[in-house]
Design a protein around this ligand. Structure first.
Ligand SMILES: Nc1ncnc2c1ncn2[C@@H]1O[C@H](COP(=O)(O)OP(=O)(O)OP(=O)(O)O)[C@@H](O)[C@H]1O
Ligand SMILES: [Mg+2]
Length: 237
């Protein structure tokens, strides 16, 4: 079932630039994401991955260039989208209240108990969210994003500080969401995670996309020296 893709795809960025503090941080950048599933956005620290997610999501405005979804300019009926930040920001309330607040913003949707069960957080429902472990907080942040009923989901390094069992729980959740036809753009440094989850990889370096293609091709046989170095676990300067 790929119910939401018609409203989302293709995602197109044309001539995208973002400047702040007198520095050109993004672009000029062109990107076309035309397939569903999971697109991984990879690249070294400071490459501009988090900024590009914020631009695509509409949280910050580009200095120049355009973004469109399914041929419609962002702002002109953009798809419902949610972003989970690199460091999750949770409400200082109970776990269940974090979900029910997001659900009320979306005007209904899946029952809070079902969302909590999917995130493996049923037993913690009444706990203050700030007492959750790091892995549980990430799953709550993802569950809360899902309570917004997005058609398009941006995830910024959702497993960066998690141990292997917590990472696998998150990856199962992410794969399940993609299987429901919700397009995911996932920032990750973890090549194993990209191999397990991603359909395609867009590789960023110094504010630009330097290579974009099927995940297996980038990991095994990248064409650009920057991507080759990254996937060979060498340092990219
Ligand atoms: N508001 C801002 N003003 C000035 N510089 C900024 C701003 N936001 C980000 N930057 C800079 O833009 C560059 C890209 O930042 P970004 O957070 O997108 O990198 P990233 O690829 O997500 O890195 P990481 O892997 O470390 O998360 C960095 O050099 C950062 O310092
Ligand atoms: Mg980042």
């Amino acid at each position: 079932m790929r119910s939401h893709e018609a409203a989302v795809l293709p995602i197109e960025a044309r001539g995208l630039r973002y400047k702040a503090g007198g520095r050109a941080l993004i672009g000029p950048l062109d990107l076309t994401i035309s397939q569903g599933g999971i697109t991984a956005l990879m690249g070294p620290n400071g490459a501009g991955k988090s900024l590009l997610l914020r631009l695509l999501h509409g949280l910050i405005r580009p200095t120049a260039g355009t973004i469109s979804f399914s041929g419609r300019a962002a702002g002109d009926g953009a798809p419902r989208q949610a972003l989970v930040f690199q460091k999750p920001v949770l409400l200082r309330r109970s776990v269940a209240a974090n979900i029910s607040f997001a659900r009320s913003l979306a005007g209904g949707g899946e029952h809070v108990d079902d969302i909590l069960a999917e995130a493996g957080l049923t037993a913690q429902a009444r706990q203050p969210a700030r007492l959750l472990s790091g892995g549980e907080q990430q799953r709550l942040a993802l569950a809360r994003a899902m309570a917004l009923r997005p058609q398009l989901l941006f995830l910024d390094e959702p497993t960066a500080s998690l141990d292997p069992p917590a990472t696998l729980l998150m990856e199962d959740m992410i794969a399940g969401i993609a299987q429901r036809g919700i397009k995911i753009v996932l920032v990750t440094h973890d090549v194993g995670q990209a191999r397990r989850l991603a359909d395609d990889i867009a590789f960023m370096h110094q504010g630009r996309i330097v290579e974009h293609g099927p995940a297996g091709t980038l990991i095994e046989a990248a064409e650009t020296k920057e991507a080759q170095a990254f996937f060979a676990h060498r340092l990219v300067l």
